[in-house]
Ligand binder design. Structure first.
Ligand code: BTN
Length: 336
């Protein structure tokens, strides 16, 4: 398991934010020497900050003999920019941000085990060992939104199967709002655009018989990635796409991440206060698969019939010739 190092991350953030503020205060070019003096750091530290900020998506011009000038802000979901846009009480109030991580899911679980707070988000620009559902790999190159959120929800353990549905509805709405694309939901938690998967949800749970200790919701959104780079072993799995491939231009990942965290908070409160049926109703409205022919592999057998409904536990009800079958996991193939 990777070390989390939260204190180190936050201290590092403070230094870069102070330096960024300094750049913002200068409408014109500022020399490396004057920036070093004002920030109380060495010139090589100035150069390191500039390099890091450029890597994080800021446009910083440099002119020989004149110095540096901030020309454009980032659209990367870095913690200090998220703090400026987020209108939430808990979600994303603490953000651990990594340029690279093995898996944000594993980092978030390690943090949750150490009492990481409700709403803490772990974000990575890329993952080297991203995990998908059903023990699959999740390819996570730069340009995507790879995020895991610690939840400590006030729900009975039995309701926890609805947590990925809460996240799927949140992602679907955020994608629609940020891009205008007609995102839809496919059971169990795939977010689709034009029949291709654009985002997926993963749940890791620690619970007692009565109550949930913590849940970690992992969300992977193929935002600004070339979808042809994501084809690994797609046999029997839905075709994939990315938001940038569908739009023909990149999406603002900072705005999309912010919207998604806001919707996640809103729908989690709904689940806590109103219960599963409310979330299932929201899910149904965003899905176009009910009423269609569907088949799913379960315990080596293929169940085929009409996708009839979603149960209040999140299971898929398939009407077959032999009666209704409740499916709790697997990949469903739908005929459109
Ligand atoms: C799926 O199989 O559809 C779920 C994919 C979930 C991927 C996300 S990316 C962020 C988080 N970290 C991981 O290792 N996995 C999840």
């Amino acid at each position: 398991m990777e070390p989390v190092g939260m204190a180190r991350t936050l201290a590092g953030d403070r230094r870069i934010v102070e330096f960024l503020d300094l750049l913002r205060k200068n409408a014109d070019y500022a020399s490396g020497q004057s920036l070093a003096k004002k920030a109380g750091i060495s010139r090589s530290a100035v150069w390191k900050h500039i390099r890091r900020l450029r890597r994080l998506g800021y446009r910083i011009e440099s002119l020989h003999g004149k110095g540096y000038k901030l020309e454009g802000d980032t659209e990367y979901p870095v913690p200090w920019e998220l703090a400026r846009v987020l209108k939430t009480s808990h979600m994303g109030k603490t953000v651990i941000y990594r340029e690279s991580a093995q898996s944000t899911q594993n980092l978030a679980i390690a943090l949750a085990e150490k009492q990481g707070a409700h709403g803490t988000a772990v974000i990575a620009e890329q993952q080297t060992g991203g995990r998908g559902r059903l023990k699959r790999k999740w390819l996570s190159p730069k340009g995507g939104i790879w995020i895991s959120v610690i939840l400590r929800p006030s729900i009975p353990t039995a309701t926890s199967t609805l947590l990925p549905f809460v996240a799927a509805v949140a992602v679907c709405d955020a994608v629609r709002e940020a891009t205008g694309l007609d995102a839809t939901l496919k059971w169990p938690n795939d977010v689709m655009v034009k029949g291709k998967k654009v985002a997926g949800i993963l749940l890791d749970l620690s619970a007692e018989a009565e109550a949930v200790n913590y849940a970690v919701i992992g969300i992977g959104i193929n935002a600004n990635v070339e979808s042809k780079k994501l084809h690994l072993d797609r046999e029997g799995r839905p075709a994939i796409t990315s938001l940038s491939d569908e739009l023909g231009h990149p999406v603002n990942r900072l705005q999309l991440t912010g919207l998604m965290l806001e919707r996640l908070e809103q729908y989690l409160v709904l689940l806590e206060e109103k219960g599963p049926a409310t979330i299932v109703a929201l899910w149904r409205k965003r899905s176009d698969m009910l009423g269609r022919q569907a088949s799913v592999a379960q315990q080596g057998k293929v169940v085929s019939g009409t996708a009839k409904d979603i149960g209040d536990d999140g299971s898929l009800i398939i009407a077959t010739a032999a009666g209704d079958v409740n499916v709790v996991s697997g990949d469903v193939t739908v005929s459109y």
